[in-house]
Design a protein around this ligand. Sequence first.
Ligand code: SF4
Ligand code: SF4
Length: 295
Amino acid sequence: MLNYKIAIASGKGGTGKTTVSLNLFYTLQKSLDQKIQLVDCDVEEPNIKLFTKGELKSKSDVNIKIPVIDKDKCVYCGDCAAACSYNAILFVKSISHIAVLEDLCHGCGVCSYVCNQPNVIIEKDKKLGEVNTYKLENANELVEGKIEIGSALAVPVIAKTLNSTDDKALRIIDAPPGTSCPVMETIKDVDYTVLVTEPTPFGLNDLKLMVETMRKMKGRFGVVINRAGLGDKAIYEYLKNENIPLLMEIPFDKNLARIYSEGKIMVDEVPEINHKYLQLFENIKFNLNEPNYHR
Ligand code: SF4
Ligand code: SF4
């Protein structure tokens, strides 16, 4: 049984990352006789559910502990505010004012630790998001992370989403777009990352940032070029010069765009695309097992 964790990422949204995740999953679902999980870590805008049919199997909240200060017992020393790295405690000594700014609080617990007055700070749960697991065909599953509207703390929700996956399953993980902390959290422990880009100057620029991130993290990766045939050849030169594997090209095709916009799966509708995704998986496996990988 294969239990690889394969992330699908891109330097910006709208490059076709989710399309690749979905089509790779559906291709492997047809060809492998084992459990596969599709994992949606794009927690601010999880949309894989829209393309799947499955019933909810389990649901769990992602919470952090945030402080509640008893103002009658507080001696207004300011130690908690000084110790908070996130400036989440507003403290004005001259007017004896103290308040927790819940949106900035990361739930680290330092303020409770430094306060030496008994029972002044207690902690309460704050919901950051949830992890939902849906049962799909052939005992496969969708594990979806979702943050609460208005919450800026994606990382704990992503961490719990990934911790809720099955270690024995092959996991296809749709990462959030960009190169910030949520992406790092998603890809830090994966076996392989597929970077999806487009052959345009913007696509190349975002790809370079992603490649920098991957190299810092020492992760194995390769590139899929979506909407191939549009734009220029600069991206191909870049991949060649940097010795980065080109795993697959998806041609620019109005028919494929229509299939996606209708919420359908390309590999179900266009057999040639199915073959491309099988080859993509073979290329990933080859790269994963390459003993002298150093990019
Ligand atoms: S729990 Fe951490 S982040 Fe939140 S207010 Fe206390 S010290 Fe600041
Ligand atoms: S450390 Fe405790 S007593 Fe001091 S200001 Fe903060 S909550 Fe009040």
